[in-house]
Design a protein around this ligand. Structure first.
Ligand code: NAI
Length: 246
């Protein structure tokens, strides 16, 4: 129970890594805030957590809409009095090579994956400063360290959220707040499973472990970074790739 009674907001937690993180945090004793644009998914995840005896609450939140985020944070503080952990997990891809990429594809990915992280963190940072305690975790990617074919927009955002945590580590470290990023390789989530079978096989082949990560294997890294076991890890970007980048 390493997150006992910690209040944790996890964005994009109706699916994939976010859902797995909500489940893991709840198992570790956290009070979990599930939020996503997908109402049915939020309801299903909250119902599952509640059925397992966890304390969980759900919100329909679009990370590009500051008013929906602020309303959620206000409601969470009303209910549980604080916000200890923010996992900025919501993210999308809109892939195209640079010469084919539209401005809409570029802007949409920047709005959700980069500005969304800024929006959500801005909405909790005053609370964390007042508590003199907080953990901010950003979903980056190996693509945010090495770049990737067809992902000009996505790579820029995943580099960007590493820039955020390095800056926030410097600004907020003395206020009891740690900020870190997680850089997964290929994870078996709806985002990745939507790819053609041949591409998926090619991905598995590139990993020394010859398989994709399960969402729970990324969630466990978030759980560690959110816990006091990681009390001196600050401003780091942790690669979780099964050796993909070796
Ligand atoms: P997913 O597609 O399964 O889940 C993403 C969730 O974000 C969805 O539930 C979606 O509804 C939600 N979302 C999308 N736009 C939103 C918005 N505007 N406001 C609130 N929620 C929104 O994706 P997955 O694979 O679980 O990815 C989670 C994070 O991990 C993303 O940031 C992704 O870039 C990152 N990541 C994923 C990897 C993978 O291989 N699956 C690898 C590296 C990083």
């Amino acid at each position: 129970m390493k997150l006992k009674d910690k209040v944790a907001i996890i964005t994009g937690s109706a699916s994939g890594i976010g859902e797995a993180t909500a489940i893991r945090f709840a198992a570790d004793g956290a009070k979990v805030v599930v939020c996503d644009v997908n109402q049915a998914g939020v309801d299903a995840v909250v119902a599952g957590l509640t059925a397992s005896g966890a304390q969980a609450v759900g919100f329909v939140v679009d990370v590009t809409k500051q008013e929906t985020i602020v309303a959620m944070v206000d409601a969470v503080k009303e209910k549980w009095g604080r916000v200890d952990i923010l996992v900025n997990n919501a993210g999308i891809t809109q892939d195209a090579q640079l010469y084919k990429m539209t401005d809409d594809q570029f802007d949409r990915v920047i709005d959700i994956n980069l500005k969304g992280v800024y929006n959500c963190t801005k909405a909790v940072v005053d609370t964390m400063i007042a508590q003199n305690y907080g953990v901010i975790l950003n979903a980056s990617s190996v693509v945010g360290v090495y770049g990737n074919f067809g992902q000009t927009n996505y790579a820029a955002t995943k580099f960007g959220v590493i820039g955020f945590v390095k800056t926030w580590a410097k600004e907020l470290g003395k206020k009891g707040i740690r900020a870190n990023a997680v850089c997964p390789g290929f994870v078996a989530t709806p985002m990745v499973k939507a790819m053609p079978e041949k591409v998926l096989q090619g991905m598995e082949e590139k990993v020394p472990m010859k398989r994709l990560a399960q969402p729970s294997e990324i969630a466990s890294v978030y759980a560690f970074l959110a816990s006091d076991d990681a009390s001196y890890i600050n401003g780091a970007a942790i690669e979780v790739t099964g050796g993909l980048t070796l």
